[in-house]
Write a protein that binds this ligand. Sequence first.
Ligand code: SF4
Length: 368
Amino acid sequence: MKTLPDWLNPEPWLNRTFSASEVRQALSAEAPDETTLAALLSPAAADFLEPMAARAQALTRRHFGRTIQLYVPLYLSSYCSGGCAYCGFAADRRTDRHALTFESAAKELDAIHAMGFEEVLLLTGERSSQADLDYLRECVRLAAHRFHNVTIEVFPMAEEEYRSLAEAGCTGVTLYQETYHPGTYDLMHRWGPKKDFFRRLEAPAQALAGGMRFAGIGALLGLADPRYDMLALYRHARYLQKTFWQAGLALSFPRIRNEEGGFIPPHPVDEKMLAQIIFAFRICLPDVPLALSTREGAAFRDGMAGLGINKMSIASKTTVGGYGGEGSKEGQFDISDARSLDEFCAMLRTKRLEPVFKNWDGVYRLTA
Ligand code: SF4
């Protein structure tokens, strides 16, 4: 059985229990650290959601103002050789497979840009003959002609491959470890390149070493004990912050959603627990952007906007295409918040939050 390196292993925290008074102490910590996070993620902290929310909101306002940064995902390809048990694009799922041609990718990008977005996240499954590095590089170029900020959520790569994408105009990489628990990871990733736990773990560092300015990391909540995964996520984030102190980091908290095949998460996380996780991370990493996608429902997202979360997607499609022309029928997972961009921005303004479309300028890109 693979074991985690000591710098990442959260096991020492799992048998530690926290009392209500220790949670109160954590809530007033002047320099929150890993002990603070462990206390705020503990069962005892579930009774302190209101004060946690208040502190999270104050810190979010201090570091990000009353703003919510917006982005939109574009799925380039649903071809995948991977066998991830929880994914609608897994190779053993009967789904219509598509990859955007460069012409259709350009149309999709134009349609998204016309909506007002300045940040686009390009996604694929595992590396395939339909969506390999050359394909991705060309899609990045097409996006970089239209958007100030182009990021990717694709297969792990080597440092030099990331560098070639950075030179084509890509500024950031999102790569979720899914779970930091090696045994669960092995079970969930039944076959394919993604089965290599450590290759995936090292990829965000490879991306930053390769010239990417931002790395987004996270774990797919529901696969393993959420406290284990969130404590390991914190350790991973601190490691990247210390090693690449000039780079930007962002964290996301995706929860498993319905998809074709009906995967049932072994460790379901309810909204109350998800809120506790978001507040705990905002308190312990006050200046790190925290993102929430349309996997979550409108009511929960409205509640979290500005209350810890400062970055959100909207008007998302998880099918390949669908913004400019015909998309495929089946997506990677179901979307829970299907509001339009206008509806979402109107909601933000009623909460006196300002939607931000651009917080990065294309002139800062690495150029070849
Ligand atoms: S999660 Fe990614 S690698 Fe795994 S099956 Fe889905 S698309 Fe493929």
